[in-house]
Design a protein around this ligand. Structure first.
Ligand code: PLP
Length: 384
């Protein structure tokens, strides 16, 4: 009965506003639940307006968007794709869908994202081995912009196209520009725990008009222009439904408010948990970066505290509070045990020391206090 447990504080549950139902109503009243439809077009327009991207294709998931995005960059069998190790598995799985293989790279300690120094090392080493990387995926984990200036310069120097996994970073910015618009292709997710949700959904953005057409074609079973069903290419059933896009339209109206609240939650925790031994907050915004602070993360340094993240997580559970370890690096996953990895100490440490605290925008200050009190209880108990 956990999902109906209203006393439980969840990590990042969906938070609907007032207008989602209007868009759904309209679609049903107009008998326009499929195919495509005005909500879908409107949702894509909303995303273009917010991000400044020229084109947007709404899809069934962020994973689908990464899959089509890599295909647009020409990734295919035998290719190698550079990818941060510290991310959710959905960043890397589509590399394998395409018959290519991932090459993993460590994080840097400031933003926790792809380390530019390790990136250069990896590119030079792969080229030396005769495997020129076909593409580079960058991720803005927990909404935190990666070191874009450095990374974009390296990608340009080696002429490697960039896919930007901004699944967690809708509403974050770098030099004032929305994340998702720095790569040749950008990807967003509207999964249930993201800053905005359509229950499940994703989007691909690009400034390339041909790629926009191609992505739509692949996402709807790659139908050749003929009156009958004819296919010359492999396609997918990846298009978002007009109903779910209606939820997305309602959610997009709330984006700036949601970013504001997530940032407030991060600051609130920081203020109220300040000074607990061994506990620190992260990641840190790089110069020019502004994070949506999707999830508030803490680190427990073993040199300064006996409390482990897992002990803290279990303690919060006894208070009916959900928390979660940081992403387990992909180079440590059994699935990717054989993949090349450059560096590894930084993201491994983050995984061993980190925990995500509940950060849903519907949380009240009373909820926040419940979490903070439970964290303090653990910290104090173990120091006495
Ligand atoms: C959520 C997420 C995805 C995948 O998005 P889905 O919509 O769940 O398929 C990809 N990358 C990252 C970093 C994510 O957090």
């Amino acid at each position: 009965m956990r999902s109906q447990d209203h006393d439980r504080i969840y990590l990042s549950p969906p938070h609907l506003g007032r207008h989602e139902l209007n868009y759904l109503h309209k679609a049903i009243e107009d008998n326009w639940v499929a195919p495509a439809g005005p909500n879908l077009t409107g949702f894509e327009r909303d995303i273009c307006e917010f991000t400044g991207a020229a084109h947007c294709v709404a899809l069934t998931s962020g994973t689908a968007a990464i899959h089509l995005g890599l295909k647009l960059l020409g990734v295919g069998p035998g290719d190698e794709v550079l990818c941060p190790s510290f991310t959710f598995v959905a960043t890397a799985n589509p590399i394998v869908y395409l018959g290519a293989s991932p090459v993993f790279i460590d994080s840097e300690a400031e933003t926790w994202n792809l380390c530019p120094v390790r990136l250069r090392e990896a590119i030079e080493d792969r080229i030396r081995r005769g495997q020129r990387p076909k593409a580079l995926i960058i991720v803005h984990l927990y909404g935190m912009p990666c070191k874009l200036r450095e990374i974009l310069a390296i990608a340009a120097e080696f002429d490697i196209p960039l896919l930007e996994d901004a699944a967690e970073a809708l509403g974050s910015r770098y030099d004032g520009q929305p994340l998702g618009t720095f790569g040749a292709v950008g990807v967003f997710s509207f999964n249930g725990n993201k800053i905005l949700t359509t229950s499940g959904g994703g989007a691909l953005v690009t400034n390339n008009a041909d790629w926009d057409k191609k992505a739509r074609f692949w996402a709807t079973q790659a139908k050749d222009p003929a009156p009958y069903y004819q296919h010359s290419e492999i396609g997918y059933n990846y298009r978002l439904s007009n109903l779910l896009a209606g939820i997305g339209r309602g959610q997009m109206e709330l984006l700036e408010d949601r970013v504001k609240r997530r940032r407030e939650i991060y600051n609130w925790y920081q203020e109220h948990l300040n000074g607990l031994p061994g506990l620190s907050f992260g990641p840190t915004e790089p110069a020019g970066g502004r994070s949506n602070r999707w999830l508030t993360c803490v680190l427990l340094r073993p040199s300064e505290t006996a409390v482990t993240p897992e002990q803290l997580r279990l303690h919060l559970e006894t208070h009916n509070i959900e928390s979660r370890p940081l992403w387990k690096p992909l180079h440590l996953q059994p699935l990717f045990a054989a993949a090349p990895m450059y560096g590894g100490a930084v993201c491994t440490n983050l995984f061993e020391q980190g925990l995500c605290l509940p950060s849903g925008t519907a949380m009240t200050d009373t909820d926040l206090k419940r979490v903070a009190d439970a964290v303090k209880e653990m910290a104090t108990a173990s120091y006495n």
